[in-house]
Design a protein around this ligand. Sequence first.
Ligand code: ZN
Length: 192
Amino acid sequence: MDNKEEKFKEAVTTILEIIGEDPSREGLQKTPHRVFKAFEYFTKGYKQDPKEVLNQALFESSNNEMVIVRDIEFYSLCEHHLLPIIGRAHVAYIPDGKVVGLSKIPRLIEVFARRLQIQEQLTEQIAEAINEVIEPKGVGVVMQARHMCMEMRGVEKAYSSTTTSALRGIFLKEKTRKEFFDIINTPQTNRF
Ligand code: ZN
């Protein structure tokens, strides 16, 4: 067992003691190890390079129509409370000679979501990575999410969701922005 895991487990054991639990009782014996494994997964994005993900499937293309991937589920952790941010992302870009394999967009989101985040920064980072690597005419990212740190701590009484957007290039123009928002606002039932 490496030192990292040992230290992590000690910290979780300390938390259990402080909240008034008995870390040695049967149900909690493996908890420090489970929490360690869970956090390894929640933060695996730190070990991944977003540019590498996109470069793996970058192709030349003469397509200059809007490419949209919508309703991509994501799970992240807020950097202030280490509590879940659960949401959906919509990503669009208009190519300028290069396109990326569609499966790479959810992968890219995963790289940034599996780090400690605030929603605004997460949204910006996704748009920025696409802008830098694909060099499109423009990119738009919209994220809608629920924040457990607001709901569970009683800051917001009921279900509430936060929307953030990051727009670059031609997506700052009214016509393109409207086209993008009209598509992501189309109800699910109208889709096949
Ligand atoms: Zn928070």
